[in-house]
Design a protein. Structure first.
Length: 113
């Protein structure tokens, strides 16, 4: 089974940027659709962005134009570039094999001055 490990979170000021990484184990990564979700304190987990095996991407309205999802199939990594960060982007960000119950452990992103 695929295992996922996220990294790259941290504390950043409003307007700043971060790049999250999700490293996947297994040899089937290139055929998988991948997604990022986030969960803010006392809120439900929400979908942020997806990328399919062909590289096509989709985004939630709240992040479109600020966040970019991408993948490197040679390295088995999916990225989430976070730009123009806002305090409301503060959350734990999770990587997911789309349409499955395979999740990473999450990485904390805090946007604060």
């Amino acid at each position: 089974q695929v295992q996922l490990v996220e990294s790259g979170g941290g504390l950043v000021q409003p307007g700043g940027s971060l790049r999250l990484s999700c490293a996947a184990s297994g040899s089937t990564f290139s055929s998988l659709s991948m997604a990022w979700y986030r969960q803010a304190p006392e809120k439900r987990r929400e979908w942020v962005a997806s990328i399919n095996s062909s590289g096509s991407t989709t985004y939630a309205g709240s992040v479109r134009g600020r966040f970019t999802i991408s993948r490197d199939n040679a390295k088995n990594i999916v990225y989430l570039q976070l730009n123009s960060l806002k305090p409301e982007d503060t959350a734990v960000y999770y990587c997911n094999v789309q349409f499955t119950n395979v999740w990473g452990q999450g990485t904390q992103v805090t946007v604060s001055s």
